[in-house]
Ligand binder design. Structure first.
Ligand SMILES: Nc1ncnc2c1ncn2[C@@H]1O[C@H](COP(=O)(O)OP(=O)(O)OP(=O)(O)O)[C@@H](O)[C@H]1O
Ligand SMILES: [Mg+2]
Length: 265
C-alpha cells in the first residue's frame, strides 16, 4: 500500500509497502526515524486510509467491514498516545468506553502493567486527577504514563495490539518488564505489532520488517536477517552490530564501579 500525508504530495510516507501480519504472531517494525513505521501502524488501525492498496483482514478489505468494529479490535500503546487530564481511573477505563470500569477489570489492567504501586501511591488513588496545572492535579513521569498506557491496552482487550515505542521513557529494568508483559499479551492469542528502535527487543519476534524510506528493505525472522547467506546485504545485521557494540560499552561502564573486591577469574 502507499500513502502520502496531505500537503506532502511529492514525498509518499509509504511507497508500495506490503506487510503480512499473521494472526497471533508478534511482528516487529524497525527502521530509522521517518522510515514509515508509525504511518504503517496508523493505516493498519484504520486511522488513515491508504491512497493505493488496502488493508485485508482474513482476505476481506477493512473498507468493507464496519470501521468502528475494526477499530474496536485494535489496542494502541502509541508514541503519541494521549495523556488525558482525567482521573487515573478514567485514563485506564478510556481504553474501552463501552466496558464497565469495574474495580476488578481496572486492577487486572494495572497489575498487568506492574502499576499497582503507582496507583496506590497517588494522593487520591484511582480518583487522582492526572493533570499538571490543575488544582489537586498530579503529574506523572513519562515512564509512569507508559505503564498506564499498557494498563489501558489491557483494559481495552483488543485482538491486535499495536505498540509504538512503548519503552522509550522507561529505564532498562522497566523496559525488560514491559516487553515481558507485551509478550504475555501475545501468548494470550493477541497479535502484536511492535515498533521499536531497540533491535535487542525484536529477537523473539515471529517476523521482522526493516523499513527504509517508506519501503520494506528486508523482512524475515531474526535468524534469517542475521544470516549472511539469506541476506547478503545485511542492513538489519549492520544496525544490530552497531547497537550490540553500544550494549557492550554500556555493560563495561556499569561493570566498573562494581569491581571493588578481588577479581575472581
Ligand atoms: N502527521 C504527519 N503529517 C505529515 N507528514 C508526516 C506526518 N507524520 C509523519 N509524516 C512523515 O511521514 C514519514 C514517515 O513518518 P513515520 O512517523 O511513519 O516514521 P517512523 O518510522 O514512525 O519514524 P520514528 O522512528 O521517528 O517514529 C516521514 O517523512 C514523516 O516526516
Ligand atoms: Mg514513529
Amino acid at each position: 500500500m502507499s500513502f502520502t500525508y496531505p500537503g506532502k504530495d511529492n514525498k509518499p510516507a509509504l511507497d508500495g509497502v506490503d506487510l503480512h501480519i499473521p494472526a497471533g504472531a508478534t511482528v516487529a517494525l524497525v527502521g530509522e526515524n521517518g522510515s514509515g513505521k508509525s504511518t504503517s501502524a496508523k493505516l493498519l488501525a484504520g486511522l488513515y486510509l491508504p491512497d493505493e492498496g488496502q488493508v485485508l483482514v482474513g482476505g476481506v478489505p477493512t473498507s468493507e467491514i464496519d470501521r468502528q468494529a475494526w477499530f474496536s479490535r485494535i489496542a494502541n500503546v502509541s508514541q503519541d498516545f494521549y495523556h488525558w487530564p482525567l482521573t487515573a481511573r478514567m485514563n485506564v477505563a478510556i481504553g474501552r468506553t463501552d466496558a464497565d470500569p469495574t474495580e476488578e477489570r481496572l486492577t487486572a489492567g494495572v497489575r498487568h502493567a506492574d502499576a499497582e504501586d503507582l496507583i496506590e501511591d497517588l494522593p487520591r488513588g484511582w480518583d487522582t486527577l492526572l493533570a499538571r496545572g490543575y488544582q489537586d492535579g498530579h503529574s506523572l513521569s513519562g515512564g509512569q504514563w507508559q505503564k498506564l498506557g499498557i494498563a489501558r491496552a489491557h483494559f481495552r482487550a483488543g485482538q491486535i495490539l499495536v505498540v509504538d515505542e512503548p519503552t522509550a521513557a522507561l529505564d532498562a529494568k522497566a523496559e525488560q518488564q514491559a516487553f515481558t508483559r507485551i509478550r504475555a499479551l501475545a501468548a494470550g492469542g493477541q497479535t502484536v505489532v511492535l515498533i521499536t528502535h531497540r533491535l535487542h527487543s525484536v529477537r523473539s519476534a515471529d517476523l521482522i520488517y526493516l523499513m527504509e524510506d517508506g519501503r520494506v528493505a528486508e523482512s524475515g525472522t531474526f535468524a534469517e536477517l542475521m544470516d549472511p547467506a539469506t541476506v547478503p546485504d545485511g542492513r538489519f545485521r549492520d544496525m544490530y552490530e552497531i547497537q550490540r557494540a553500544q550494549f557492550a560499552s554500556d555493560d563495561d561502564e556499569r561493570a566498573v564501579p562494581l569491581q571493588k573486591g578481588p577479581t575472581v577469574t
